[in-house]
Ligand binder design. Structure first.
Ligand SMILES: [Ca+2]
Ligand SMILES: [Ca+2]
Length: 176
């Protein structure tokens, strides 16, 4: 299982403290060696975090198309992998990721919702307006006044009931 970013952060913090204290004492070479070994292990763990993520453009994406989940569960699964639901900065980025999706005529949850204020779609990750949205014709329609999460469906977006189960796309790396 992946190490969470928080546990990695804490481990690195402790190691930096240990390294700092070693620096100011008569340095114990065994301690330094131990710190270096631990750092190597942690860096290896960070590499492992990318397992299952595919590099597309500037980002790494994990495309879940075996199990469908609600939007909130999908969000939680992405976060447990040290990632977040995918967002798109441009049409080019959206098209590049869409081209990697194997199941057509199906929805994939992405990071955009109007749970806070109807009609104002923001990213959960940043709290800022979704940078790029490409709606299907007639969407977003907030059907039955209960569609507040955004899915990608054949290259276009639709607002959908957050409790509906969909495939989903996680993202990590620079292309937030
Ligand atoms: Ca809505
Ligand atoms: Ca809709």
């Amino acid at each position: 299982m992946f190490a969470s970013p928080m546990s990695l952060t804490w481990a690195l913090f402790v190691l930096v403290l240990a390294a700092s204290s070693a620096e100011h004492s008569d340095t114990d070479p065994y301690m330094l060696d131990s710190i270096i070994q631990n750092l190597k292990y942690l860096l290896k763990d960070v590499e492992v975090n990318k397992t299952g993520f595919k590099e597309i453009g500037k980002g790494f994406y994990f495309i879940e198309e075996n199990q469908k989940q609600s939007w909130h569960t999908a969000l939680s699964i992405c976060r447990r992998m040290g990632a977040h639901l995918a967002t798109f900065q441009s049409e080019g980025e959206l098209n590049a990721v869409d081209a990697e999706l194997n199941i057509r005529n199906n929805g994939y949850w992405i990071d955009a919702n109007d749970l806070g204020r109807e009609g104002h779609f923001v990213c959960w990750t940043t709290g800022s307006p979704a940078p790029y949205l490409k709606w299907k014709r007639g969407e977003p329609n907030n059907l039955c006044n209960k569609e507040h999460c955004v899915e990608l469906w054949d290259g276009l977006m639709n607002d959908e009931d957050c409790t509906d189960e969909r495939y989903f796309i996680c993202q990590t790396g620079d292309g937030i």
